[in-house]
Ligand binder design. Structure first.
Ligand code: GAL
Length: 680
C-alpha cells in the first residue's frame, strides 16, 4: 500500500542529513586502545557513517557490582565523533557479567527440562527476574544520563535480539500474573484452555506452570499462551529500558534488532514500540533461492514499520561460524545483499561486526575488517559498498508501494505448528515463502499485513495459511473481495479461534460464504504426490500435483478448477474459484505443486490488475529480482547468467552512471539502480 511517510521521524532526520547509514557493530573493548585510531581511520576510508557500540560491554562498564568505568567509552565516542561517525549506542543488557548470575542464580534462565543455564556464554538472563531487570535498568540509566546529549549518539539500541526463554520459577510467577490479567478468573482460563480434556482442570492460578517437559503432549492453548506471554514479557523488558533512555532526556530514535521470522516474539505487537524497525539477516549462501526468503523478510520489516524505511542492523560480509557448512560470501554477493535491503526499503545497512574478533566464540565469523587487515578483497568490497550507498541517496526516505498483501501472524504460526495436528509436515513459513516466490518471480511488490488489518489499498490478498481466523479477520477478507480484490486462501486456513480451538462446522467456518466451498476433514496426503486434473489445466502448464495436506471439500457454488485424480479424495475439488461481489475468491485446498501455485497466482495477479516492477515482462528471468523503490528501479541478478531486461527509455544507472535505453544488461551477481535521466 502507498504510504505518505518519507524521511520523517528522528531516523529520517539522520538519513536526510547523512544519507543511507552504513556500518556495523563496533566492539572496541575487545582491542587495545592503540587499535581504535586505526579503526576510525579505516571506517572513514570505507564510508562508514554509523556504528553500534556497547552491545556486549556490560562487564567492561560494570566490572564489579555498582562500579562504573566509562572512561574508555568516553574516549571511543569522542574518537568516532571527531571522525564524523555517528553512534548507535546500545544498552549492554543482553549479556550480564558473570557476577550477576553467580550472586543471583535466579537471574539465570531455566530450560524446559529444568536445567539452569550458566554464565560463560551470553544471554544468561531471564526477563522474568526482577533482580536482572533492576541491574539492567540501573546500568541503562547511567549510560543514558551520561550520553543522552553526546553529539556522537544518533540512535539507541536496546539489548540485542530479544528472544530469551525461561521455564523456571521466575517465569512461572510472571506467567501466572499474565494469565490473571488475560482471563480475570480461573474459570475463564479453564474454558479457554479446554481443560476438561485429559483432566487438566485448574482450581487456582497457583497450580499453573510453564509448558515444561511433560509425559506427553502439552495443552495446546497453554503452549500458545506461553508463547504470547514470553513475547509480552520481553517487550516489557524492552519498554522498561527504552523508557529509561527517554527519561534521561534522549531524543534520538530507539530501536532493537529483530530476527526476521523469529519464532519467539510476535513482532506485530512490538512494532509500534520501535522508532525504526531494525533486523538481522543471515541468508545462507548455499541456498540458491536464499534471495527470495530474505526478500520476504525485508518486506515484513518494511510492513512492520508501516512502510517507513527500516535498517538492516546485522549481516555477514562473508562466512559465519554457526552453520554446519558456513559457506563464505564473495564481496560481490555481500554487496548485492546490502543493495537488496535498500531496494526493499532499508535506509541503513550494517554488519556484525566491524573488526573480526581474534578471541572468543565468534573468532571465525567474518567482519568488515578481517583478521588479514585492510589489504584484502573483502575490505575493498566493503569500501565499494560505502561508495555505492552514497550514490543511492535518491532513494532515502522513499517507499515501496505494494498492491498485493500476504496475511501473516505469529499466533497462527504458533498454533498451527503445535504437535498433534493432521500432519507434522506442514511448515507455515515454507508455504508462505513458496507463495511469495510466485510474486517475486513477477516483480510484484508485497506488503505483509496482520489479520483484521485494513485491506483497502490492496487488489490481491493472499492468505497462504491463516490457521486462526477471528471474525474481524474473516470480515476484512470478505470485504476486500466484495469491493473487487482477488483473495487466495491456502490450506489449513480458517481452522481455529484465538484459543486454538477448532471451529465447529464445515470449514473454513467463517470464510465459507466467500470461498464458495466447504470441507469436512483435513486429510494428510501420501508420500507420492497426488495428481490433480481439470479443464482449467493444460499439459504445458507443468505438473499439477498435491502433497502433504488436502481437504475433503465440496463446492457450495464455486467453480471447481482442479480435482484429485485418484486416491481417497478422487473427484473432489482441490482448487476452486468463486466470484463474489466485485471480486474473486480462490480456494487452494491442498499444498499444491509450484506449477499450480504459479498458474493460480499468475492468473489472480493479472485479473486483479497488479503489475510487476517490469511491466513489459509477466515473469522475470530466473533469479532476477525487480523492485521499484520511489524513483529507482532496482534490478538484482542473483543468477549465474547475464540478463537483458526491457525498460522504459531515458533511464540512468545510479551505480555506474551508464544510461539504459530500452534494454538494460544485468551481469550475473550485479545490480542496477535505474532512475529517470535528469534531461529526459
Ligand atoms: C547475531 C548477534 C551478533 C552475532 C551474530 C553472529 O545473532 O546479534 O551479536 O552473534 O549473530 O552471526
Amino acid at each position: 500500500m502507498s504510504t505518505e511517510t518519507s524521511a520523517t521521524g528522528a531516523f529520517g532526520a539522520l538519513t536526510a542529513e547523512r544519507g543511507i547509514c552504513f556500518g556495523g557493530d563496533y566492539n572496541p573493548e575487545q582491542w587495545d586502545p592503540s587499535v581504535w585510531r586505526e579503526d576510525v581511520e579505516l571506517m572513514r576510508q570505507a564510508g562508514v557513517n554509523l556504528v553500534t557500540v556497547g552491545v556486549f560491554s556490560w562487564a567492561r562498564i560494570e566490572p564489579a557490582p555498582g562500579v562504573r568505568d566509562f572512561a574508555w567509552l568516553d574516549e571511543v565516542l569522542g574518537l568516532l565523533h571527531e571522525a564524523g561517525i555517528a553512534v548507535d549506542l546500545a544498552t549492554p543488557t543482553a549479556s550480564p557479567p558473570p557476577w550477576l548470575g553467580i550472586r543471583h542464580p535466579e537471574t539465570l534462565p531455566v530450560d524446559r527440562d529444568g536445567v539452569r543455564l550458566v554464565p560463560g556464554s551470553r544471554n544468561q538472563f531471564t526477563p522474568a527476574s526482577r533482580i536482572y531487570r533492576e541491574h539492567a535498568l540501573a546500568i541503562t540509566r547511567d549510560i543514558a544520563e551520561r550520553y543522552a546529549a553526546h553529539p556522537a549518539v544518533r540512535m539507541w539500541h536496546i539489548g540485542n535480539e530479544f528472544g530469551q526463554l525461561d521455564f523456571g520459577d521466575e517465569a512461572a510467577r510472571e506467567f501466572r500474573r499474565w494469565l490473571m490479567e488475560q482471563y480475570g478468573s480461573i474459570d475463564a482460563l479453564n474454558t479457554a484452555w479446554g481443560t476438561a480434556f485429559w483432566s487438566q482442570h485448574y482450581a487456582d492460578f497457583d497450580e499453573i506452570l510453564p509448558p515444561r517437559r511433560a509425559p506427553y503432549l502439552i495443552n495446546p492453548t497453554q503452549a500458545l499462551d506461553f508463547r504470547r506471554f514470553i513475547s509480552d514479557l520481553l517487550r516489557d523488558c524492552y519498554r522498561e529500558l527504552r523508557d529509561a533512555v527517554r527519561e534521561a532526556g534522549a531524543t534520538q530514535p530507539v530501536t532493537t534488532n529483530f530476527m526476521g521470522f523469529f519464532a519467539h516474539v510476535d513482532y506485530w505487537s512490538w512494532a509500534d514500540d520501535l522508532d525504526l524497525i531494525a533486523d538481522d539477516q543471515y541468508p545462507d549462501p548455499a541456498d540458491p533461492r536464499a534471495a527470495v526468503g530474505i526478500a520476504l523478510v525485508q518486506d515484513l520489516m518494511r510492513s512492520l514499520g508501516g512502510g517507513r524505511p527500516w535498517m538492516l542492523m546485522e549481516q555477514a560480509t562473508s562466512a559465519l561460524m554457526w552453520r554446519e557448512h558456513n559457506l563464505p560470501k564473495t564481496p560481490q554477493r555481500a554487496r548485492r545483499d546490502s543493495l537488496q535491503a535498500v531496494a526493499r526499503g532499508a535506509d541503513g545497512v550494517a554488519y556484525f561486526q566491524w573488526r573480526a574478533s581474534s578471541a572468543g566464540a565468534e573468532r571465525f565469523h567474518a567482519a568488515m575488517l578481517p583478521h588479514a587487515g585492510a589489504d584484502t578483497d573483502l575490505f575493498r568490497g566493503v569500501c565499494r559498498q560505502g561508495q555505492d550507498l552514497r550514490l543511492l541517496r535518491p532513494v532515502v526516505g522513499a517507499t515501496v508501494d505494494a498492491e498485493a498483501a500476504i496475511v501473516f501472524d505469529w499466533s497462527s504460526w504458533w498454533a498451527s505448528e503445535e504437535p498433534g495436528r493432521p500432519t507434522e509436515r506442514l511448515d507455515m513459513i515454507e508455504q508462505i515463502t513458496r507463495w511469495y516466490d510466485q510474486l517475486w518471480r513477477r516483480g510484484i511488490a508485497v506488503d505483509l499485513v496482520e489479520p483484521g488489518a485494513d485491506l483497502d489499498g490492496y487488489r490481491l490478498v493472499l492468505a497462504p495459511q491463516l490457521y486462526i481466523t477471528e471474525p474481524d479477520a474473516a470480515a476484512a477478507l470478505e470485504r476486500a473481495v466484495e469491493r473487487g480484490a482477488h483473495l487466495v486462501v491456502g490450506p489449513f486456513s480458517g481452522v481455529a479461534d484465538r484459543n486454538a480451538h477448532v471451529l465447529v462446522g464445515r470449514s473454513p467456518v467463517l470464510l465459507r460464504d466467500v470461498m464458495g466451498v466447504s470441507g469436512e476433514e483435513w486429510c494428510a496426503l501420501p508420500d507420492e504426490n497426488v495428481e490433480l486434473v481439470g479443464d482449467w489445466w493444460a499439459p504445458a502448464d507443468g505438473a499439477a500435483e498435491a502433497s502433504i495436506l488436502g481437504e475433503r471439500l465440496r463446492t457450495d457454488g464455486a467453480d471447481v478448477l482442479l480435482t484429485y485424480a485418484d486416491g481417497d479424495l478422487a473427484g473432489l475439488p482441490a482448487v476452486a474459484r468463486n466470484t463474489r461481489g466485485d471480486g474473486v475468491a480462490w480456494h487452494v485446498g491442498a499444498v499444491v505443486s509450484d506449477a499450480v501455485l504459479s498458474k493460480i497466482l499468475g492468473e489472480a495477479a493479472a485479473a486483479s490488475g497488479v503489475r510487476g516492477a517490469v511491466p513489459e515482462l509477466e515473469t522475470l528471468p530466473d533469479l532476477l529480482e525487480a523492485v521499484q523503490r520511489g524513483p529507482v528501479l532496482f534490478l538484482l541478478n542473483h543468477g549465474v547468467e547475464e540478463q537483458r531486461i526491457p525498460v522504459r527509455p531515458g533511464l540512468v544507472d545510479l551505480l555506474t552512471s551508464e544510461t539504459a535505453d530500452r534494454v538494460v544488461t544485468v551481469p550475473p551477481g550485479d545490480v542496477r539502480a535505474l532512475i529517470e535521466r535528469a534531461d529526459s
